[in-house]
Write a protein that binds this ligand. Structure first.
Ligand SMILES: [Zn+2]
Length: 358
């Protein structure tokens, strides 16, 4: 088993020039990330206290907790409540008498102002934080979705605290999505077998993607966040880096055909620098997840997801005891490595770097 830290980082690049740190420094900064294990354990304990699917009272409580948790780290957090129309699970069983759909209230949480102030562009780090509603099962979702939520909290805290990120070309935002899980039993039931014939997953990410707008002051096609003051547009979304199911021991990340090839290459370079070139699966697979609505808009996006270790997936056994801090640390590092490379594209020279690992 690999132990991540402490890591030695060497560089041949000399000092920083201009007001932008170069990518070598950016990647050095990513390498300083180290998971606070006790913090992740207390966050996971809160996230897995009760099932918290889309529309539940507990999910509303978790949303409030996320906002106060971010605020306690000095990070500005905004909660966006939204109504969604979902397939009615009861309709499937008694087709005539019940309505086809059910309206639910979702809550996305956005961490803003992380990194460079008033940035022209942002790199989004993202995770879903709802647990799947499984009939007859107390499903807590420690790996799916607690693991990525806990790591995302630490990545944002890390970026907030380290000045090198504040000097990059782009800023950072954190997106905590509600409603990634399907309301019906299976991912494609809404489209294929339910009479409503509707997409039944990724509610929060699709809602946010629908609010992005063409950037006004950009020479190339790009999408911008809505401006908070209602004027013009907010920063361009340079990339979306999604984390999901990253807590299994012996982490094995999917080589995902729905992720941008360029971001996959960067992530694989980061894995090689960690001494873990084999952490990505050899076989490519296509993953449907919260990154797809953004890629559909032309935004570069990657899903860092382990879809190999599925023995606890959507099972009552998906509890915190199954999670590996080493895996959380590796996934967090890789997300930061990709994010730093994209937020700081001024000097894409690959770094000269050594990492000690055991
Ligand atoms: Zn799931």
């Amino acid at each position: 088993m690999l132990a991540l830290g402490p890591m030695l980082v060497a560089s041949d690049c000399g000092q920083n020039h201009s007001n932008l740190v170069d990518s070598v420094a950016a990647e050095q900064t990513a390498a300083t990330f180290e998971l606070d294990v006790s913090r992740s354990q207390s966050d996971l304990a809160e996230l897995t206290r009760h099932p918290h699917p889309l529309g539940s009272i507990r999910q509303r409580e978790v949303a409030s907790w996320l906002v106060s948790r971010l605020t306690s780290e000095g990070i500005r957090a905004v909660q966006e409540n939204f109504n969604v129309v979902t397939p009615n699970p009861a309709n499937r069983r008694t087709s005539e008498k019940t309505s086809l759909t059910v309206n639910l209230l979702g809550h996305n949480i956005y961490a803003t102002d992380v990194g460079r102030p008033n940035p022209p562009c942002v790199v989004a780090l993202a995770s879903h934080y709802d647990s799947k509603d499984i009939a007859g099962v107390k499903y807590l979702g420690a790996n799916d979705s607690g693991s990525s939520t806990a790591v995302l909290l630490q990545l944002l805290t890390h970026i907030k605290k380290h000045n090198a990120y504040h000097q990059m070309s782009c800023g950072f935002v954190g997106w905590f999505f509600d409603g990634e899980e399907s309301v019906l039993a299976n991912w494609t039931d809404g489209e294929l077998s339910h009479p409503s014939k509707m997409i039944d997953h990724t509610y929060g990410s699709r809602m946010l993607a629908s609010k992005l707008m063409p950037c006004i002051f950009s020479g190339k096609p790009s999408r911008c966040l809505p401006a908070e003051n209602g004027l013009n547009t907010g920063p361009a979304v340079a990339a979306v880096i999604l984390l999901d199911m990253i807590g299994s021991p012996g982490l094995k990340l999917s080589r995902d055909l729905q992720s941008s090839p360029e971001l996959q290459r960067i992530a694989q370079r980061g894995a090689a620098l960690l001494g873990l070139p084999e952490i990505f699966t050899e076989q490519a697979t296509s993953i449907e997840d919260d990154h797809r609505p953004f890629r559909a808009l032309g935004i570069p996006a990657i899903d860092l997801i382990d879809f190999q270790h599925l023995q606890h997936w959507h099972q009552p056994s998906d509890d915190v005891g199954t999670l590996s801090p080493v895996s959380l640390n590796i996934a967090g590092y890789l997300a930061l490595y990709v994010a730093s490379s994209l937020a700081n594209p001024a000097n894409p020279k690959p770094p000269a770097k050594k990492i000690n690992h055991q």
